[in-house]
Design a protein around this ligand. Structure first.
Ligand SMILES: *Cc1c(COP(=O)(O)O)cnc(C)c1O
Length: 385
């Protein structure tokens, strides 16, 4: 196989789909109106916005009034946490429960809340990367305002038992938020049966534009705004709506859910072949759970190598992959997720995350062969053999 272009970093971002781009395109120029304007252009934008909101709500099993558009997953997470914390503080509840494997958008926000007088419990995930409903139940106190547990982990793809955790929270009268940025468009989500009070998702992880996302807020929860201003999004999230982005989100979400079962069945086959192939490399180890994970995620570590060198070599061979998460590549610290699941010291810096869409058989074999060759080369160089 000649040098190909294989994109296996879908957990970082994916391109805007043709359909999402086509749906959004008219709203950049011909239909550029501000949804708050009274004239025809404005009303057209307002109609498009409502239509997108209806679609997203229907696709998630929510009501139209429960969907709020944001600037992305990070904002949705911050809003849910800060809003939930503020609601608790109204009657003196200032305790928050989350996990030690959350995305930085949740962890850094919790740290900020701790500096502002909240108390945060970080539940330790098990070796597969999730916390149990029992752990959550045991952590709840009379002053717990909010629980936030991610739906699917962005590094190791672990799926949390969010339905059961939601039930625990509901029965104890505590708000439950889940960061579903990695799950939306990849796992079927039905908010009617999930039982979460708030759920975050992001456009660019599922084929829509960057800089758009949504927060589901269950009807009846008076979440205070994070951003104040002109009163858009029913007074809850101000700022002129990004109509093309919101339309791309609705279209991409619809598209990603079409034939989802078949797509995931194919991804699962690929995941198994990639996992088997990579684990046949000596000194390798699977990070996370064998079964309880996103169909399009493989994360393995290789003893005695640095993932950065591996990624550069793979890139030169036409494979885009990642070490852990794009969000932590600014810092040189070992992944907090791999630390949380107890990855041994000698494996922690040599992680490789492949997050992929449908690949051909040839591509799967190419990835395995190239990773094996690169790992061997790096070890040879390192040990000067
Ligand atoms: C990417 C990601 C986010 C942040 O979403 P943005 O839209 O990039 O701000 C939050 N949580 C998880 C799990 C993610 O993977």
């Amino acid at each position: 196989m000649d040098k190909p272009f294989i994109y296996a970093d879908c957990a970082a971002t994916v391109p805007v789909t043709e359909r999402a781009l086509a749906a959004a395109e008219p709203y950049f120029r011909e239909r550029f109106g501000n949804a708050s304007s009274i004239h025809t252009q404005g009303m057209g934008a307002a109609r498009a916005l409502l239509d997108a909101r209806k679609r997203v709500a229907a696709l998630l099993g929510a009501e139209v009034s429960e969907i709020y558009f944001t600037s992305g997953g990070t904002e949705a997470d911050n809003w849910a946490l800060r809003g939930g914390a503020a609601l608790g503080a109204v009657d003196g509840r200032r305790h928050i429960v989350t996990t030690n494997a959350e995305h930085p958008a949740v962890l850094r926000c919790c740290e900020a809340l701790a500096r502002e007088g909240y108390e945060v419990t970080y539940l330790p995930v098990n070796s597969e990367g999730f916390v149990t409903p029992e752990q959550v139940a045991d952590a709840l106190r009379s002053d717990t305002a909010l629980v936030s547990v991610m739906y699917a982990n962005n590094e190791i793809g672990t799926l949390s038992p969010v339905h059961e955790i939601a039930q625990v929270c509901r029965s104890r009268g505590v708000l439950f938020h889940t960061d579903a940025v990695q799950a939306a468009g990849h796992e079927p989500i039905d908010l009617g049966s999930l039982g979460a009070d708030m759920l975050s998702l992001s456009g660019h992880k599922l084929g829509a534009m960057k800089g758009v996302g949504a927060l589901y807020i269950r009807k009846g929860i008076e979440l205070p705004p994070l951003i104040c201003g002109g009163g858009q999004e029913r007074g809850r999230r101000s700022g002129t709506e990004n109509i093309p982005a919101v339309i791309s989100l609705a279209e991409a979400l619809a598209e990603s859910l079409e034939g989802l079962e078949d797509k995931n069945a194919r991804l699962l086959e690929q995941r198994e072949r990639l996992t088997d192939g990579l684990l046949s490399i000596p000194g390798s180890r699977l990070n996370g759970s064998l079964e309880r994970r996103l169909a399009g995620n493989v994360n393995v570590s290789f003893e005695g190598i640095e993932s950065e060198s591996l990624l550069i070599m793979l890139d030169m061979r036409g494979i885009c992959a990642s070490g852990g998460s794009a969000c932590s590549s600014y810092t040189n610290a070992p992944s907090h997720v791999l630390t949380a699941i107890g990855t041994p010291e000698s494996f922690i810096k040599g992680s490789l995350r492949l997050s992929f869409g449908i690949l051909s058989d040839v591509e799967v074999e190419y990835i395995i062969a190239e990773v094996a060759a690169a790992v061997e080369k790096l070890r040879r160089e390192r040990f000067g053999a």
